[in-house]
Design a protein around this ligand. Structure first.
Ligand code: TRP
Length: 365
């Protein structure tokens, strides 16, 4: 399927199937870390005096999650320095197909995508990070203006500075903002001809109601924040449902990098709330929940454990009990197109790879 027009209404629910036995196929964490010695987690900080804990809202969010039944840790705490490095390694793993498949789709259909989205526009990348994906797009689209938006502002400023070097005629801006809280762009960013770019299937990391809210916010950006003839569009990457073994391997690779990435959240949390998690007592679990059409990542206690944190907080875990750390929803194109329609994008066009594993979707109001 090289290209498909998707304008028909479609069922609301993700692809349903018989509930599937969870594949508890994780490796013990010591194996996971051995495979990744160069990036061993930092030593447990719980015994050392805690230098500076996170601000109170972060402290409250994390401890509230730990006290939930079942316990949760928000995926945003994956991304400390080591977590960001591990994530970059994940994108290069043989099992992790999304990054390279999305890249291949964009390369293979570069001309058609450029025709559909238009040249010389204002390109706005959400979660821009190192701006690598926008860089490739800028070469074909030659936008007049580029705006990178990311929660990690310092990292972003450097990346945008490099964009200015490669594209001297382009007005390149960095906006440090948490896109999940709504983005307001500087007043002088053009309101017409915007292309909002959200690659990497990151929309799948939000629950469907939250994903819908984000798509609505994206539509507001595309609409030039109230401009009558905005003529904008959204280009978004979507990971599609596929063979369960392929999906599960992508989130539980043989070298144990994803396991190390998941376990690293405990070390980061130790620094943020002064807790005494010992990552060696936990293991990484990743499995596809067919009913909800999502990969789930959890950390599972391998024995009965007690975790304590600053201020006297405590949580007991039974052997086998889990902390839920992330979901990655896999939408079929009809289901995702329906969600786009509910967010006010009535037109959608998609390009996929020959195996139909990943889609790049262009949506317009
Ligand atoms: N959004 C991508 C995905 O769900 C990348 C990603 C986010 C990821 N968190 C992850 C990949 C954890 C592996 C493990 O695939």
């Amino acid at each position: 399927m090289a290209q498909a027009l998707l304008q028909t209404p479609s069922p609301l629910l993700p692809t349903q199937g018989a509930p599937r036995q969870a594949a508890w196929n994780a490796k013990p964490p010591h194996l996971a870390f051995e495979a990744f010695e160069g990036l061993a987690p930092e030593p447990d900080s719980a015994q050392a005096p805690v230098p500076a804990l996170a601000d109170p809202s972060v402290f409250d969010e994390i401890t509230a999650g730990l006290l939930q039944q079942p316990a949760t840790i928000s995926p945003k705490y994956f991304y400390d320095q080591l977590g960001s490095e591990l994530f970059e390694s994940i994108t290069r793993l043989p099992e992790y197909y999304p990054t390279r498949t999305e890249h291949a789709v964009m390369q293979q259909h570069a001309a058609a995508i450029a025709d559909a989205v238009g040249h010389g526009r204002t390109l706005i990348e959400l979660g821009a990070g190192n701006c690598e994906k926008a860089r490739t797009l800028c070469r074909t689209l030659a936008p007049a203006c580029f705006v990178g938006v990311d929660i990690s502002a310092d990292f972003l400023h450097d990346a945008v500075a490099r964009m200015r070097e490669e594209f001297p005629g382009m007005d390149a801006r960095a906006v440090g903002a948490d896109m999940t809280r709504g983005v307001t762009l500087p007043a002088d960013i053009p309101r017409t001809g915007r292309l909002v770019f959200y690659p990497g299937s990151s929309i799948g990391n939000f629950d469907p109601p939250h994903a819908l809210m984000l798509l609505e916010q994206m539509r507001d950006l595309v609409d030039g924040e109230g401009e009558p003839h905005a003529n904008g569009g959204l280009l978004i990457g979507i990971d599609l449902p596929k063979d369960v073994d392929v999906l599960e391997a992508a989130y539980d690779d043989a070298a144990g990098v994803t396991a190390a990435f998941n376990l690293n959240v405990l070390t980061h949390v130790n620094r943020l709330i002064g807790s005494n998690f010992d990552p060696a007592q936990w293991r990484h679990l990743a499995f596809f929940n067919t009913l909800q059409s999502r990969i789930e990542m959890h950390l599972q206690a391998m024995s009965p454990l007690q975790v304590r944190w600053q201020g006297g907080g405590v949580r007991d875990f039974a052997a086998g009990e889990c902390i839920h750390t992330e979901n990655s929803y896999k939408y079929t194109l009809p289901v995702f197109t329906d969600m786009l329609a509910r967010a006010g994008f009535s037109r959608a066009q998609a390009w996929t790879d020959p195996r139909g594993w990943f889609a790049v979707v262009h949506a317009q109001p």
